[in-house]
Design a protein around this ligand. Structure first.
Ligand code: DGJ
Length: 720
């Protein structure tokens, strides 16, 4: 899988269908050679036949050898390569000039542990190459790790920088991944948004010469741009074409760079945080950066999805304690902040017998939290709302046959809170500047261990004696005024990275303290829909936008990069979410059944008819929920290009298929989809009883929306 050829100095990293190669000679710069379809012999890059004037060359070479147009594995700054650097180091010279040369390598079975950061689990067949580079000018070593996951066609990369010199250095925006692809005719696919209810709009566009940066400066991955991106050939479609896909196991800000270079190549880089990120390394100190994930396939977007989903499912997401996702009733959209014990128990009474298994008490249960202007940080139960304490309420919910879940937002504080009054220095605020509020709250300095200790203590005390089956961990603003009151000025640019490491430490503690509880992460919905959060949380509240028409697109885009079981999808109140255009319960359900199903309205105020419908839907969902959790997702019609969205979840042996088609606007088109059924089998649709022949399904199934404002169709096909 990973080999080193002593004669040619070429490292080859191989997955089942791909090869990644670079050449590294002691004392020279590591030179990237190839990434793509598995191939035989790899040759060093030929010398360019042209004299690219103005491209500097080292004294011992001629103008045909320039660091400015060779493919680099970890390019420095200001030493002859004018393209985007992987890192810039400020050392004794004060110049920022950085130039890494190869020192040595090791290859081992398994994968490294990234101290303080989330990372994918290893598999029995994964292997790692670590190369050591040294920048002698600044005395900095870079350890580049490449872990190969053969079955998923995935290679992950991380970097540790070490100050191996005598004086302090500052590393500026170090990349976790950097390499080059030949050619420049790629289109870029990104998942973009504008605010918390508008996210995951799929964009695809060609790139011209120059440096294209996708940045989150928010201290969070954000709704505005997801860390996932792909570079594809212009002709790439669902089943054919080249795809290079990238992602980042990190939840803070990020900078994804794609540079179309002057010499017709494409440089790709992934780095944590933004251009302000810098880290001071005293003599002997190390800094480990988050892990980046990359995948190549020449079998189109569909294969990219299958491999990414399988990798995330196997190596990133925690296994579900009971094997299946909880079926949740959440109080937020039905009750907002005005939750109390009486109302909660009405919810529990109404849910009893519907098949819903977990009642989640959302925001509003703690401190002085009667609106969004107070209480965050005060993690003790509000006795006016829960006079007999939280443990009593939890017991009452359990007596009604339901598990209990609870909402928290540990990283935040309201200025109007006991915590802030006692410890204003716990919040990120710049001395001498009025802090900017967002949702009337400030962000805690999670890099300060006193803050983490406070949170551990108050959460443990509050939940002592409570049987908590589910946490919803929210994060409702982004980070500005990133000043830590416990760091010296020379370390302030580390604050946002330290914040993320503190958050991860608390997430890790929560998971270890309540090992059997489900963790749903959330950030005004999917504002931290990333692989970092997925290492800790079983699922993510997909979006605060519960309008099924919008959700169709949000969910299809989420599924481009992340498996279905990450999507927490609730049937919401039709009136609430679809102003003037309430959708039927069936349509809202058919949309939500794509992920981990839940309900988000006050069931206690609903008619018997609605409660009966919920019960029937839950029973139906349970017959095929396992397909959503572990089946393969195939997309037939994209809601971004077609009025009808059509997809299926298929079991590995293709004996079971859940096929769904959804149109959120009146449409009378005729569409043909080609399910990957087994042609030797016949299938019975458990919902209608109708029998379908596998061969005929493969030849095409025609779908005809009926011209009404909404249309949905679900087939649950079981081999007979
Ligand atoms: C934002 C989340 O997305 C909502 O579901 C809800 O939990 C609110 N926060 C509560 O404040």
């Amino acid at each position: 899988m990973i080999t080193y050829n002593k004669r040619t100095h070429i490292f080859r990293l191989e997955t089942e269908h791909t090869t990644y190669a670079f050449r590294a000679l002691r004392g020279k710069r590591a030179e990237h050679l190839y990434y793509g379809k598995k191939c035989g012999r790899i040759l060093p890059m030929p010398q360019l036949p042209l004299n690219y004037g103005f491209s500097p060359n080292d004294a011992d070479t001629d103008f045909l050898h320039s660091h400015d147009f060779t493919f680099a594995e970890y390019p420095g700054y200001g030493a002859g390569d004018f393209r985007s650097p992987a890192v810039r180091i400020l050392g004794k010279s004060g110049t920022g000039v950085t130039d890494f040369r190869f020192v040595g390598h090791r290859i081992y079975d398994g994968r490294p542990v990234l101290e303080g950061l989330p990372f994918p689990r290893g598999t029995t067949d994964c292997q790692t190459l670590e190369i050591c580079l040294k920048d002698s000018l600044n005395g900095c070593k870079a350890f580049l790790s490449y872990t190969v996951y053969p079955a998923f066609d995935i290679i992950t990369r991380s970097v540790t920088l070490e100050n191996a010199g005598r004086s302090a250095i500052t590393v500026e925006q170090p990349a976790s991944l950097s390499f080059e692809l030949p050619g420049r005719d790629y289109e870029q696919i990104t998942l973009a948004g504008s605010y918390h209810t508008d996210r995951f709009n799929l964009e695809r566009h060609p790139l011209g010469q120059g440096t294209h940066r996708m940045i989150s400066r928010r201290g969070a991955s954000g709704h505005q741009l997801n860390p996932f991106f792909a570079l594809v050939s212009p002709e790439t479609e669902e089943k054919t074409g080249d795809v290079y896909a990238f992602n980042f196991v990190y939840s803070g800000g990020f900078t994804n760079t794609v540079e179309i270079t002057p010499h017709g190549a494409t440089r790709v880089q992934i780095a944590a945080d933004d251009e302000n990120f810098a880290w001071l390394l005293e003599k002997g100190e190390k800094l480990t950066l988050p892990e980046a994930v990359m995948l190549y396939t020449n079998r189109g977007l569909g294969e990219m999805r299958h491999q990414m989903h399988a990798f995330i499912d196997t190596c990133i997401l925690p296994p579900l304690p009971e094997g299946t996702a909880p079926l949740v009733l959440n109080t937020w959209e039905g009750t907002w902040f005005s939750i109390d014990e009486e109302k909660l128990l009405h919810y529990a009474d109404a849910a009893k017998g519907t098949g819903i298994d977990t009642l989640v008490m959302d925001d509003g249960w703690f401190g002085a939290r009667i609106g969004d202007d107070a209480g965050l940080g005060d993690w003790f139960v509000n006795r006016n709302k829960f006079p007999e304490g939280l443990a009593h309420t939890v017991r009452c919910v359990k007596e009604r046959g339901l598990k209990f879940g609870i909402w928290i937002e540990p990283e935040m504080v309201n200025p109007d809170s006991d915590l802030y009054r006692a410890h204003p220095e716990y919040a990120l605020t710049v001395p001498g500047k009025e802090p900017a509020l967002s949702r009337k709250q400030l962000v805690l300095d999670m890099g300060n261990t006193a803050v983490i200790d406070y949170l551990k203590k108050s959460l443990s005390e509050t939940f002592a004696g409570c049987d908590i089956a589910y946490f919803k961990w929210d994060f409702n603003r982004h980070i500005c005024d990133a000043y830590s009151h416990v760091l010296p000025a020379k370390r302030q640019r580390e604050t946002k990275f330290r914040f993320m490491r503190g958050t991860y430490a608390l997430l890790d503690w929560l998971r270890k303290t309540w090992p059997n509880a489900i963790l749903e992460t959330c950030s005004g919905g999917g504002g931290r829909y990333d692989l970092g959060m997925m290492v800790y949380g079983h699922q993510i509240w997909t979006s605060d936008n519960t309008n099924p028409g919008d959700r169709i697109r949000i969910q299809s885009a989420s599924l481009l990069a992340y498996p279905a079981r990450t999507m927490s999808c609730h049937v919401a109140n039709g009136e609430n979410v679809c102003e003037g255009n309430p959708r039927t319960m069936r349509f809202r359900y058919a949309v939500a059944a794509a992920g981990a199903l839940g309900y988000e309205f006050n069931l206690a105020l609903c008619s018997d008819e609605v409660v009966k419908t919920v019960k029937a839907q839950v029973a139906e969902y349970k017959t095929y929920a396992h397909l959503m959790q572990s089946g393969r997702y195939d997309e037939y019609l994209s809601p971004f290009t077609s009025p009808l969205y059509a997809y299926a979840y298929l079991s590995d042996d293709r004996r079971e298929i859940l096929l769904t088609a959804l149109a959120d606007k009146a449409d009378t088109g005729r569409y043909t989809v080609y399910p990957d059924a087994d042609e030797r089998l016949s299938y019975r649709d458990t919902l209608s009883g109708k029998v379908y022949n596998g061969k005929e399904l493969r030849r095409g199934l025609t779908l005809c929306p009926d011209g009404k404002d909404e249309w949905s169709m679900m087939l649950h096909l079981m081999a007979v």
